[in-house]
Ligand binder design. Structure first.
Ligand code: FES
Ligand code: FES
Length: 151
C-alpha cells in the first residue's frame, strides 16, 4: 500500500492503496465517484473513460501510480450542474437508453471536442469508435456532438 495525493475534480484527495490499483477502482471504491463505469476492464469498451489533464483515458487500465500531479476529471466534475454544452446536447437529443455507457461517451466526446471543436462526421465516428453502446445510441451520440460543436 502507498499514499497517493490526487487532484480529482478540482479537489485534493488522499488515498492509501496498492500502487497498481486502476483509477477506476480508486474512484469507485475509495472515493465513491461511481459515475465512472466498469464495462470490460481491458480498455475495450470506453465505459470507464475519464480525463487525465485534457486527454480521455480508460481508467480501468490506468494505475494510480501513473497519475502523479495530473488533473483528473470524472463525469461528476465535468460541470457544476450538468450544464456542460455536451451534457446539454445529450439531453436535447435524448441520447441515453439504459445509460450505462453514457458517462464514458460524454467524457470521450468532451475531450474530443476540446481538441477538435468543429469535427465532421467521419472524425466523430473515428473518435467515438472505441466507445461501445449495447443499446445502439450511436446515431443520437453523433447528432449531439454536432449540436454541442455548433454552440
Ligand atoms: S471498463 Fe475500461 S474500457 Fe471497458
Ligand atoms: S445507453 Fe445502454 S449501453 Fe449505451
Amino acid at each position: 500500500m502507498a499514499i497517493f495525493n490526487l487532484n480529482i475534480n478540482g479537489k485534493k484527495q488522499e488515498v492509501d492503496v496498492d500502487p497498481a490499483t486502476p483509477m477506476l477502482w480508486v474512484l469507485r471504491e475509495h472515493l465513491d465517484l461511481v459515475g465512472t463505469k466498469y464495462g470490460c476492464g481491458i480498455a475495450q469498451c470506453g465505459a470507464c473513460t475519464i480525463h487525465l489533464g485534457d486527454i480521455a483515458m480508460r481508467s480501468c487500465v490506468l494505475p494510480v501510480s501513473q497519475v502523479g500531479n495530473q488533473k483528473i476529471t470524472t463525469i461528476e466534475g465535468l460541470s457544476e450542474n450538468g450544464d456542460h454544452p455536451v451534457q446539454k446536447a445529450w439531453l436535447e437529443h435524448d441520447v441515453p437508453q439504459c445509460g450505462y455507457c453514457q458517462a464514458g461517451q460524454i467524457m470521450n466526446a468532451t475531450a474530443f471536442l476540446k481538441a477538435n471543436p468543429k469535427p465532421g462526421d467521419a472524425e466523430i465516428e473515428a473518435a467515438m469508435n472505441g466507445n461501445i453502446c449495447r443499446c445502439g445510441t450511436y446515431i443520437r451520440i453523433k447528432a449531439a456532438i454536432h449540436t454541442a460543436a455548433s454552440k
